[in-house]
Write a protein that binds this ligand. Structure first.
Ligand SMILES: [Zn+2]
Length: 444
């Protein structure tokens, strides 16, 4: 009897103890350095302006100096991990005819660092920040535009995530990238999204960071715990048939970028419970844009991570004092403990997505006029099993789940299909999961 109890306790323990990778997420959070982020934001702000059309020859001022410094940082990180990063410039030529905010023809240059996956190198998770900054007039490429928060904060966070994660090995590839041309029409993001498409990257998601350092809103609200995850509701690339069928089967708030947002929301709730992640059900802020959009445009899941409270006197403003108000995006307004937290949010999600299998390609659902819901999916490499998620139709989060083992189908008895939304995630041996896939086929 005693032996049986011990054996059972042993089984219980293996089922409950987190895997080494899951436990390592806490170390990743701790290893993100506030000080290094501060140094990097200061360094980037010191280039005077990083306007995409600014000087490229100087080694101390302008976007050329800034991108060479970022590349050198990635090269340094790579040297410390035995060459684990492939660092290169990805560039596209932009001409005046391509946009009303392009003052002259120029190369838009991104700095890319790829940490190749060990077993599924063609699966990619991407973290981005922006290299470029702007003054009050976006066409003005000579006036000082330190862009400390917009977006040296996102750029510094991306470099810091590379420092922390490059000490580890992942099944999938991680891309750390500084994008340019954001302020003039999202050119850098469009260029890298096209590059990913042309090279047949299986992009699991892009985490675009744009302004992750401000905690005091223009309205006086101070909040160092909340941040926003913007995601568009449905895939903009869906065809007419998919859009028509959504009316009958649902999916109005379940595009793949939304699933990525839910994934991040869930992992922050689990591993960084002191934070308050706000899922915002829209592509971006009202009428405004960001570098995840060009990835969405080509059919990739992508979201924007951002502070909750913006300060408009400290973004896109020439440095000046007017009526007692200090305008300008300068270093003193950036809150580094907060930037560290949001960098950690990125790092733990990049890590999980890079350890996890890719999500199933197809998920089929059926169960009309039955007291059950039937799900069937395509299997993926590196998965040891699958998890079915469901939720009330009014809930923003996947509130119920069941692990169903290494099978390609399962029927949830007693769960009426009409009353819930369903999805399926792939699970790795270390317990990490893919994003949830909302059903994309119907079985009768
Ligand atoms: Zn901006």
């Amino acid at each position: 009897m005693r032996y049986i109890i011990i054996a059972l306790l042993g089984l219980y323990a293996t089922a409950q103890v987190p895997s080494d990778h899951q436990q390592d997420l806490y170390s990743i959070i701790d290893e993100v350095s506030e000080k290094r982020i501060e140094n990097d934001v200061k360094k980037l702000a010191d280039f005077g302006t990083r306007n995409t059309f600014s000087d490229t020859l100087s080694n101390t001022r302008g976007i050329g100096a800034a991108r060479r410094w970022i590349k050198a940082e990635f090269d340094k990180i790579s040297a410390e991990c035995g060459g684990c990063l492939e660092v290169f410039y990805q560039r596209d030529y932009v001409t005046k005819e391509m946009g009303s905010r392009v003052p002259k023809d120029a190369w838009v240059v991104n700095v890319v660092a790829i940490q190749r996956g060990t077993s599924q190198p063609n699966n990619f998770v991407i973290m981005s920040g922006d290299i470029d900054s702007r003054a009050s007039d976006t066409m003005d490429f000579t006036t000082d535009a330190p862009g400390a928060n917009d977006n040296a904060s996102g750029m510094a966070g991306t470099i810091e995530a590379a420092r922390v994660l490059s000490k580890r090995k992942f099944a999938n590839s991680i891309v750390y990238v500084g994008l340019s041309g954001e302020e003039q029409g999202l050119f850098g993001g469009a260029g890298l999204a096209r590059y990913a498409k042309d090279n047949d990257w299986n992009v699991l998601g892009i985490l675009n960071n744009d302004m992750i350092g401000n905690i005091k809103g223009v309205d006086g609200v101070i909040d160092n715990r909340s941040f926003r995850i913007f995601s568009e509701p449905t895939n903009v690339t869906d065809d007419e048939t998919t859009k028509r069928l959504r009316r009958f089967y649902g999916g109005e708030v379940d595009g793949h970028s939304r699933q990525l947002a839910r994934y991040i929301h869930n992992s922050v709730k689990s591993y960084m419970p002191e934070m308050n992640p706000m899922m915002i059900y829209r592509l971006d802020r009202f009428g405004r844009g960001g570098h995840h959009r060009p990835f969405n445009d080509l059919g990739f899941p992508g979201i924007r991570i951002m502070e909750a409270h913006e300060n408009y006197t400290q973004q896109h403003q020439d440095i000046r004092t007017e009526n007692g108000i200090e305008y300008g995006d300068v270093v003193k307004h950036v809150n580094f403990p907060y930037a560290k937290k949001l960098t950690a949010v990125n790092a733990i999600n990049l890590a999980q997505l890079a350890w996890a299998p890719a999500p199933p390609k197809t998920v089929k659902i059926g169960g009309m006029v039955e007291a059950s819901a039937r799900l069937e999916w395509s299997k993926v490499p590196n998965a040891v099993g699958y998890k079915i998620y469901w939720r009330d139709t009014t809930s923003p989060t996947w509130d119920h789940s069941r692990f169903v083992g290494n099978t390609n189908n399962h029927t949830l008895e007693g769960i009426v299909i009409d009353n819930y939304y369903f999805g399926v995630a792939a699970v790795a041996a270390d317990g990490t999961e893919s994003i949830v896939v909302f059903p994309n086929e119907v079985s009768r």
